[in-house]
Design a protein around this ligand. Structure first.
Ligand code: F6R
Length: 366
C-alpha cells in the first residue's frame, strides 16, 4: 500500500503532482479562464445576495481557510473572516441568509466543524462544504459540496489535502469573482494557466528533495524554530510550524514577519533557526527588511525563494529554491518544501511520522 515508500506521509507528499492534477481536472477552462464546477449550484442572484463569507475549519484546514480569505477578498468585493471551529461554535456570531459559511474539512468528520455547520444552517446561513470524503457528515449537512479528490490520506499529518484545499479555494474565489463581474477574462486566463502549470512545478520541486533532506539533517537537533512570512505566506508559516511541531515534537512558532518586532523578536538570538518564506509577491521587499532585522540578531536564516531571485543569497545562510510562479501558486510550492523539511527532521529524530503521539487522524470528539 505504501508503494515502496517508508511511510504514508512520504508517499502522500509525493502524490501531490497527481492529487493537484485531479483537484483541477475538468474544472478549469483554459480558453475562457472560467471555472467549471457543476456542484457549485449558486446562481448569480444567490451570489449577489452574499454580503459576507465566514470560513470555518480546524488545524491545517484553518490555515487553508486563511489563504482562502486572501484569495476571495482579492478577487471579489465580499468581506471574509476565518474562524476556528471550536471557537465559532460558541461565539455570538450573527449569521443569516446573507452569510455564506465555507466549511473546510479533509475528513468531513471533525466534531467542531460539524457543530459549526449545523449551527450555521439553523441560523439561516448557507453552507458550502469542501471535504475529501464523499458522503462525509460535513458534506451531507451542507447546502453545497465540493470534493477534493485526493484519494485517502492515511498519515495523521495533513499534506496532499492541504495543497488541494488551497487550489479549491482559488477556484471558488475565481468562480465568485467571475460571477460578480469583477475579474477580466485575461486575468482569469492567466490564473488558470498558472493552476494548470502547478503539478509539473511540484514534480520539479520534488527533485530537490535531497537538498531539503540535507538541511533537515543539519538542523535536526535544534530546540526551537521560527517560521515567518507575509501576506499569503503568513498562513504557510503557520502551517510549516504546525507540521514541524506535530511530527518532530520541536517547539515551533509561525509568525507574520511584520509582527516580530511586537514581541517575539526578544526570542531571536544567535543561531536560533528561522525559516523565512520570501517568494516573489507584493510584500517581497518588506520581507527582505524583516530578514535583515532577524539576521541582525545573528539567527540562522533558511529562506524559501523563487528560482530567479538574485538578491536573497547575500542575506541568508541557506536558500531553498522553488520554480517561479505567481503569488498564489508560490505558497503551495513553499508548503511542500516545509512538509519535506518537517518529515526529514522527524525521521532523523526517530519519531513515528505517520502516527504522532497524542493525535488522531480525525478529531470526532469535542
Ligand atoms: C495537522 C492536521 C490537523 C487537521 C485538523 C482538521 O496536520 O492534520 O490539524 O487539519 O484536525 O481536520 P479536518 O480537515 O479533517 O477537519
Amino acid at each position: 500500500e505504501k508503494s515502496g515508500y517508508e511511510n504514508y506521509m512520504l508517499k502522500e507528499i509525493h502524490e501531490q503532482p497527481k492529487s493537484l492534477r485531479d483537484a483541477i481536472a475538468g474544472r478549469l477552462n483554459e480558453l475562457t479562464g472560467e471555472v467549471v464546477m457543476p456542484e457549485l449550484t449558486l446562481t448569480k442572484a444567490d451570489i449577489d445576495d452574499i454580503k459576507r463569507i465566514v470560513i470555518v475549519a480546524c488545524g491545517t484546514s484553518y490555515h487553508a481557510g486563511l489563504i482562502g480569505k486572501y484569495a476571495i477578498e482579492s478577487m471579489t468585493d465580499i468581506p471574509v473572516s476565518v474562524e476556528i471551529g471550536s471557537e465559532f461554535r460558541y461565539s455570538a456570531n450573527r449569521l443569516g441568509h446573507e452569510t455564506l459559511v465555507i466549511a473546510l474539512s479533509q475528513s468531513g468528520e471533525t466534531a467542531d466543524t460539524i457543530a459549526a455547520v449545523k449551527g450555521s444552517i439553523k441560523k439561516g446561513a448557507r453552507v458550502l462544504a469542501i471535504t475529501n470524503v464523499v458522503g462525509s457528515t460535513v458534506s451531507r449537512e451542507a447546502n453545497y459540496s465540493i470534493y477534493m479528490r485526493c484519494g485517502p490520506e492515511i498519515g495523521v499529518a495533513a499534506t496532499k489535502t492541504f495543497t488541494s484545499q488551497i487550489v479549491i479555494m482559488y477556484m471558488v474565489a475565481l468562480y465568485l469573482g467571475t460571477m460578480k463581474g469583477m475579474l477580466g477574462a485575461e486575468q482569469n486566463i492567466r490564473m488558470v494557466a498558472e493552476l494548470k502549470a502547478l503539478p509539473n512545478k511540484v514534480q520539479r520541486l520534488l527533485e530537490n528533495e535531497r537538498y531539503i533532506m540535507g538541511l533537515a539533517s543539519l538542523f535536526r537537533n535544534a530546540g526551537q524554530f521560527f517560521f515567518v512570512g507575509r501576506n499569503l505566506n503568513y498562513p504557510i508559516a503557520l502551517e510549516g510550524a504546525l507540521k514541524l511541531k506535530e511530527i518532530s515534537y520541536i517547539i515551533s512558532e509561525g509568525y507574520a514577519a511584520g509582527e516580530l518586532k511586537h514581541g517575539p523578536l526578544a526570542l531571536i538570538t544567535t543561531n536560533i533557526p528561522v525559516i523565512a518564506i520570501a517568494t516573489q509577491c507584493a510584500t517581497y521587499h518588506k520581507m527582505v527588511s524583516n530578514i535583515k532585522e532577524i539576521k541582525a540578531r545573528d539567527a540562522s536564516v533558511i529562506a524559501i525563494a523563487s528560482e530567479s531571485d538574485g538578491l536573497i543569497d547575500q542575506l541568508v545562510d541557506f536558500v531553498v529554491r522553488i520554480p517561479d510562479s505567481n503569488e498564489y501558486i508560490a505558497p503551495i510550492l513553499s508548503t511542500i518544501v516545509l512538509q519535506l523539511f518537517a518529515y526529514y527532521i522527524a525521521v532523523f529524530r526517530g519519531c513515528p511520522v505517520d502516527k504522532p503521539r497524542n493525535l488522531a487522524k480525525s478529531v470526532t470528539v469535542e
